[in-house]
Design a protein around this ligand. Sequence first.
Ligand code: F1X
Length: 460
Amino acid sequence: MDSSSIQTTVGDSSATANEEEAKFIEKNLIVVTKPIANEELSARFLPTFAYVTFKKRSPGLIRDLVASLQENEPEIIKECGEYAHFDLKRTIWSLELLRDDIKHNREFQPIRVKSPDTEHWNKFIASLNSDSRSWFSAVWLHAECYLYRRIWSIFQRSDTLKNFDYFADQKIMAARATAPQMNAILLSTMGMERSQENFQRLLKLCVWGNRCDLSMTKKGPDMMLLQKLKQYDADLLADQSADVWNDLIEAYDPVYVDIVCDNAGFELFTDLLLGDYLIQAGLAERVRFHVKAIPWFVSDVTANDFHWMLKFFSSSATYPHFKSFGRRLRGYLRNRSFILCDTSYFWTIGYDCSRMKEVLPCLYVYMSTAALAIFKGDLNYRKLLGDINYNSTDPFSDCLRGFLPTSVCALRTIKSDIYCGLPVCTVEWLTEEDPEWMITGSKAVIQIAVKHRLSGDILA
Ligand SMILES: O=P(O)(O)OC[C@@]1(O)O[C@H](CO)[C@@H](O)[C@@H]1O
């Protein structure tokens, strides 16, 4: 177990606010210590990012979402039709009710709006123990996934807004704002030859691309990111990029590489750049991208975001190399060197990856046809680890608890307080320097759990 004392004074410093929080802590059985080793993270533990998330961040996210709906009503009506004016009123009212549910730590309600995953979600909610089925008692991963699914179901209820991506504006603005950085990196990586060194450079570019996510750090990527990769190595707390290379070049043809995407914008650009390199360098015959079926954690990639990105490049009037890059990527989709996988509800449900075999065996089997599955970002890392508070030195492969459809690689900037596979005392030393280091994205890991080719895999 590693000590991190995330500041949890979430309200203002007034005496009343502190009194109210003290009453909330007592009423909701909030524990003033951290979870013990191998216990799941949850907002029931006061000194955790989970507690800050539901006490402050999630109510703030809903408040900001309501404000953006009110501000952008004219544009939304233009996009979704006149009647959206009425649907927006009810949507905003429902979002306020959701915000109130969180603030009062109410029990999770079944999803009532019919969608392809409604039944799976309600089965998931019903499977939770009654003492772990509210915002401040549930496993953090379960509660946070439920939050974004509840938001989506509120929009699903209205005819005019059910196809509206309420995070799209932020994702598009962020992508456009990082065009200069993307262009600089595209120019510096053109025509890179096949080599271990270049592969590792692109893997590191990909992991640092994860620093930009709109639910957390609003900052954009470093303009000189590629030139500074060597400097950034000091912030890589685990670097198994050489092991990833060695595993990939041992793979049998046809080599497929799966990328379980995280954020749109700059991070998706780095994923596409890695995919382009894998194809160009003959390291893979096919790169398959897994994206989200619904708007997720503000900046996660949906299929619409993926297609928007390719169009953003291929239709660029500002950056000539964007055009050729975008055209090449579109060519990959046409000749199936790139596959944009059918969206699976697994990536937007509360189950962690160790349950995939049982709840969605077809996805597990599909991923097992890849030589390597790369999981991008912090949320996917939490999904791999099941939000379990492992000892920071526990081996990454042990923490997957049997999830190994193929070799699994994690490219994660650290934005939450779980870790594994780190050198002894790393977390303690970093926490001594900065108690909040783990929620800044300033450190990262590249880790791999190798699936030995000849090992069989019994789904049962
Ligand atoms: O997956 P990403 O984009 O790297 O990060 C997702 C995230 O922003 O959301 C959660 C906090 O709300 C954390 O898992 C993490 O900080």
